[in-house]
Design a protein around this ligand. Structure first.
Ligand SMILES: *Cc1c(COP(=O)(O)O)cnc(C)c1O
Length: 849
């Protein structure tokens, strides 16, 4: 329960206007999930100040607002408290409330297993006391006040998870929470991106250990050296729990890892308890159970009573939770979160329980927040899984490294599938990898990957969906992507998958789709786009050069690839070795290719190109017959296809029809002369959308894959969605006096007093300087103008018309924000170019997520 007066007293807050409600049911940190009678608290976040959302929260029924400056609308009927720093105010309130109620606090920290430990401890203490369990929806200091919102005087204990995402938070949290017991589960790679090393993580966690006083208790994992070392830093009474090494105060041995429970014997001093068990799966969760026994002992819960309580532990959503899967398979939902250690632990379990006759399936999504350790962490997981898994399916760019590593370890191609979104993973199980009775399936991934959505689709019973983690919004906002640069490109791979399927619907089953992924898939990232396109029905890939083909082969993509442009002869051997198809349109080049192919003793696959009126690459129609007669005797060239390219498909259907006629005029005599082609193809996106007459056996689609329209005359149908957004954040906001210059050359001067914001993006990112610049961008869902010249990596925008713009607020350069949108076509019009150029000229140094 949250009282207005407690808040004001603890934080020295000032009421703004007449206070109305005095009591609130809960805190609200996200206006989208605001509920009746809550207290909305504005926050500074990575992406901005949430002051701008007060109105929305009030509209949704909150009765109070804690903020740093008065809202700019009428707040009658709402209690508003102004403080200097809302987070500090809530921390002070936590300290105050815990002192007032005298609740004993048990704090759990570690890199993984925290919420399991919290759950186990609560269950053990609940055998004798009234216990309140803190929130597990998010990490960081605010989890402390959030955990107290529903604390009542009758609660003797509060069991709290202290998760840190960056240095310094632990000290802040222990000051507010005043724990009497500290439990350290394990140290590993979680949130490594914000910490410089594992040692720094240890130091952060040890703030809890150091805080405890001599009458307090610290519970340490005896099998984890990092954790064990903390014993020397604490004045509190230390109890160790362990399994692997002899010497822990509470030691489980004879551990039996099973598919439905974990059995063990327990030693505590001279006491022995044999044949005990818990329904939680895996040795790693058993540590948390042991910690709970240790805490219980400290508060006089006898061991046999506590051991009984842990046989009743409720399953933890998303943590090694066994659920009945389709066709009597067993699905283990471990999707709550993932780091390399917790994933290895889950794999240990999987290997231990798999029996002869089981098909072992491992479905893995990206692990987030690993920083520099990401590559190695993902690869290690792949290597480990390859030791025993029969099938590995990955979701996401980082998780693809799991798949790569497994292939490198010698798993076969058909045993490894790399996808880029949840839908494609699910689709794979609907078609190629249908689950069966003997399947045991482990699903794991970082919170941001939302692998629970995969589990959801594999369940036998829809009602079990209620047992999955992350049903609410809060967790989603807490786990947003953290960009490695202040400007980043977001790619919606689900939109891409949808676009590919929409093209397949248009062309029908008889026509093949060649996905054009040249120029790094028009700036969208060739490997991820190629994989997603193939998984959604494309049959061929097209690039513009051998090195682009090489990148795809390097990533393990085995689909056929056509190089659509000139390939120098020195690449021919590589083309043969990598099974890449080349384009031919010249006799001398054909002879040179043939000679090299003959030397290697292998065949080179080619598509011949005819120029039917574009005046670019290709043999002229009148030269086609003699050209093919020569090709016919070059026995090391396998002519698989013949193609041409349209120059007016986006504008003039008559001209395209003319080109089609010319193409047919070329094909007819060739056919009569005995030449046959597996693929004849001509249509790009525009021609594909414009008419079936252009399709032939295959279409070569680029632009439309990315959700963009070839022209106003030939738009993509409404179900196509743009794949790319480009975003940045505000770096500074200031008020300039009238007549003040802005940017190089003083080309802009403020007209009156103006609010100018600086964004950290410039022409070195591809945010164009001249002859025209972008013109406008989106902030708070509104268009605001770019002012002055664009610098190499900074740009000024005029935010005078917006209230409350702050450092960190999101700025959209391309894409949607709220109800407003800047499309690639808008920018193309502004810059005097085409949408193709807009997306392909965002430079590679801008990270893609
Ligand atoms: C780029 C390209 C395409 C794809 O064109 P879109 O308009 O992006 O669909 C097709 N064929 C050739 C030869 C190309 O160079």
């Amino acid at each position: 329960m949250i009282s207005l007066y407690d808040i004001m007293e603890a934080s020295n807050g000032q009421p703004f206007g007449e206070p109305a409600a005095h009591i609130f049911t809960d805190f609200c940190f996200d206006s989208r999930s605001a509920g009746e009678a809550q207290l909305f608290v504005t926050l500074k976040t990575d992406r901005g100040d949430t002051h701008q959302y007060i109105r929305e929260a009030v509209e949704r029924g909150v009765l109070g607002v804690l903020c740093t400056r008065p809202p700019d609308f009428d707040t009658e009927g709402i209690s508003v408290v102004i403080v200097r720093d809302t987070e500090a105010a809530l921390m002070a309130w936590s300290h105050f409330v815990l002192g007032k109620l005298g609740t004993k606090v048990i704090a759990v920290t570690g890199s993984s297993g925290k919420s399991a430990a919290v759950q186990a401890i609560s269950s053990v203490l609940a055998t004798r006391y009234k216990v309140h369990t803190g929130t597990q929806d998010f990490s960081g200091p605010l989890s402390v006040p959030a955990s107290l919102a529903k604390l009542a005087p009758e609660h003797k204990f509060l069991v709290l998870e202290l998760g840190t995402t960056q240095p310094g938070e632990m000290a802040e949290m222990v000051q507010a929470a005043k724990p009497e017991v500290g439990v350290i589960t394990h140290i590993g790679h979680a949130h490594t991106n914000r910490f410089s090393s594992l040692e720094q993580i240890v130091e952060e966690k040890s703030a809890l250990v150091k805080y405890l006083s001599p009458n307090d208790l610290v519970v340490l994992n005896y099998d984890d050296d990092y954790v064990l070392e903390m014993a020397s830093e604490s004045r509190a009474h230390a109890v160790t729990v362990g399994m692997d090494r002899f010497g822990a105060d509470l030691m489980a041995y004879n551990v039996v890892v099973g598919q439905t429970k974990t059995g063990f014997d327990l030693r505590y001093g001279s006491e022995r308890f044999v044949g005990r068990w818990t329904p939680w799966l895996g040795k790693h969760l058993l540590y948390n159970v042991l910690s709970a026994l240790a805490v219980g002992l400290h508060f006089s819960v006898p061991l046999d009573e506590a051991l009984k309580a842990i046989t009743d532990l409720a399953p933890l959503p998303g943590r090694m939770n066994p659920l009945p899967g389709e066709n009597k398979s067993l699905v283990i939902d471990d999707t709550y979160n993932a780091n390399p250690e917790s994933t290895m632990a889950a794999l240990d379990w999987l290997q231990a329980v798999a029996e002869e006759g089981n098909r072992v399936v491992f479905i893995m999504g990206d692990m987030d927040h690993l920083g520099d350790y990401s590559q190695q962490g993902h690869r290690n997981v792949g290597r480990r899984a390859a030791e025993f898994a029969h099938l590995i399916v990955t979701a996401g760019t980082d998780a693809a490294l799991v798949g790569r590593a497994a292939l490198d370890e010698g798993m076969e191609r058909r045993q490894v599938r790399m996808a880029y979104n949840v839908q494609d993973v699910v689709a794979a199980f609907k078609t190629d990898y249908t689950l069966g009775e003997n399947d045991i399936v482990l699903v794991k991934g970082g919170a941001a990957t939302h692998m629970e959505l995969v589990v959801q689709e594999l369940l036998a019973d829809e009602n079990d969906r209620a047992l999955l983690p992350r049903q609410g919004l809060v967790a989603e906002t807490a786990s947003h992507v953290q960009a490695t640069r202040p400007s980043w490109v977001e790619l919606d791979m689900e939109a891409l998958a949808g676009n590919v399927r929409a093209i397949k619907d248009i062309i029908g089953d008889a026509v093949a789709l060649m996905a054009v992924v040249k120029a790094d898939a028009y700036g969208h990232g060739a490997v991820a786009v190629a994989r997603t396109a193939m998984l959604n029905g494309a049959e061929y890939l097209a690039v513009s050069s051998m090195n682009e083909a090489l990148e795809l082969r390097d990533a393990g993509i085995e689909a056929p690839i056509l190089v659509m442009s000139y390939t120098p002869t020195y690449f021919v051997r590589q083309a043969i070795r990598l099974d890449v198809t080349l384009t031919l349109y010249d006799l001398d080049l054909a002879r040179a290719y043939e000679r090299i192919a003959r030397d290697t003793g292998e065949k080179l696959r080619i598509h011949a190109k005819v120029d039917t009126g574009m005046g670019r690459l290709g043999v002229l129609p009148e030269d086609a017959m003699p050209f093919f007669r020569h090709l016919a005797v070059m026995h090391h060239l396998e002519v698989e296809g013949l193609y041409t390219h349209f120059s007016m498909a986006a504008d003039d259907p008559d001209y395209t029809a003319e080109q089609v006629k010319i193409l047919k005029g070329v094909i007819k005599p060739l056919r009569a002369g005995g030449f046959n082609f597996k693929y004849i193809h001509a249509a790009n996106s525009a021609a594909t959308l414009a008419s079936k007459a252009n399709h032939f056996e295959m279409v070569r689609v680029g632009l439309a894959l990315y959700g963009l329209s070839p022209s106003e005359n030939v738009p993509v149908p409404p179900e196509f969605r743009p794949v790319m957004s480009w975003k940045t954040v505000i770096a500074q906001v200031k008020t300039l006096p009238p007549g003040h210059p802005v940017g190089y050359g003083n080309t802009y001067r403020t007209r009156g007093e103006e609010r100018i914001a600086i964004v950290p993006v410039g022409y070195a990112d591809g945010f164009r300087h001249s002859p025209e610049h972008w013109g406008k961008v989106l902030v708070h869902g509104q268009f605001v103008p770019v002012v002055g010249r664009v610098s190499m990596e900074k740009t000024a925008i005029n935010v005078t018309d917006l209230s409350d713009v702050a450092i960190g607020d999101e700025v959209v350069l391309l894409g949607r924000q709220g109800d407003a949108q800047i499309t690639a076509d808008d920018i193309a019009n502004q810059l005097g170019t085409i949408n193709y150029e807009v997306v392909t000229t965002i430079l590679p140094r801008v990270p893609r997520h």
